[in-house]
Design a protein. Sequence first.
Length: 321
Amino acid sequence: MTVCFFPQRKNMSIPTVQLSTGAVIPLLGLGTWKSAPGQVQQAVEVAIDNGYRHIDCAHAYRNEKEVGAGISSRIQKGVVKREDLFIVSKLWNNYHDQENVKPAFMESLTNLHLTYLDVYLMHSPMGTKLNKQSGEVEFSDVDYTDTWKEMEKLVDEGLVKAIGVSNFNVGQLERLQSMCRINPAVNQVELHPYLTQPKLVQYCKTNGIVLTAYSPFGSPDSPFVQCDKQRLLEDPVISAIGKKYGKTNAHVLLLYHVQRGVTVIPKSVTPVRIIQNAQIFDFSLSDDDIKTLEGLNRNWRSAKWDVSGLPSHKFYPFKED
Ligand SMILES: NC(=O)c1ccc[n+]([C@@H]2O[C@H](COP(=O)([O-])OP(=O)(O)OC[C@H]3O[C@@H](n4cnc5c(N)ncnc54)[C@H](OP(=O)(O)O)[C@@H]3O)[C@@H](O)[C@H]2O)c1
């Protein structure tokens, strides 16, 4: 795995890691889940103005039009060229059926005002469908390997540079890799010191799959974690590490990934935080710091996907824990 660090400067280049396709992905990106449509355009603009080049999007976030407006405005202003950006979106669970994959992809592409994506991810291995009469989410029988075959066609057609998955466990990656024509370039999963997933991290490393860490702060604004909020941003052990370097918990939590070649996509709609979250390339965590952070693991997930009966889906990915 090649990780390239550049010296810090204003509007600095954010370091990158190479995908199995040969393309490079910036190690820090902007997350956009829960970013209100009225706020996300500005968030994307602030991010791009301050050196971010990687934006994480999804059909399911219901804000791709506004994300696209932010991207377009910065291209039109000449702040950035399309080829310097790295735009990721995701195929939602309801569109796993063969005939739905390309239309769902095209809808994201149109909403984002783009002609290609850098990576398209399968949002999860669990296919579902919406019962239009009852409004209920039902399980679909479609196998994620069949969905993957449709995603491979998007690469063949030049609509996307690379394809990947999200929320896949080791068994599911092994099964997909044993059948696919194009290897998944990325697996986007929840990762932070309370959920270190060493087996999954090792599998991805040895199989040429770049990991993207989602919810690096434990998703404090998630609607799904009301009862068991865990406070990574206030954890005193993490604060003690940050204090040594004059850095915040957020900085430590982000560098923890970047330093080992894991891409990370903190969400913020607050301009000052978006800027601060990129100020992580002027310090290093020691081996002891990393060991201490890993020692905080408690297999705690903010995103358990325990809605609509999904834990009984045959492809529910979190049974391995
Ligand atoms: N593939 C998947 O299934 C999946 C699942 C979850 C997330 N994701 C992706 O990963 C991204 C990040 O995860 P997430 O949104 O769950 O949560 P997160 O990045 O762990 O946390 C976001 C929260 O932290 C706050 N925040 C950001 N920077 C901060 C700072 N420096 N200090 C204090 N608070 C700060 C944000 O507030 P403000 O916005 O108010 O500033 C927001 O409330 C998502 O947006 C999405 O793109 C993917």
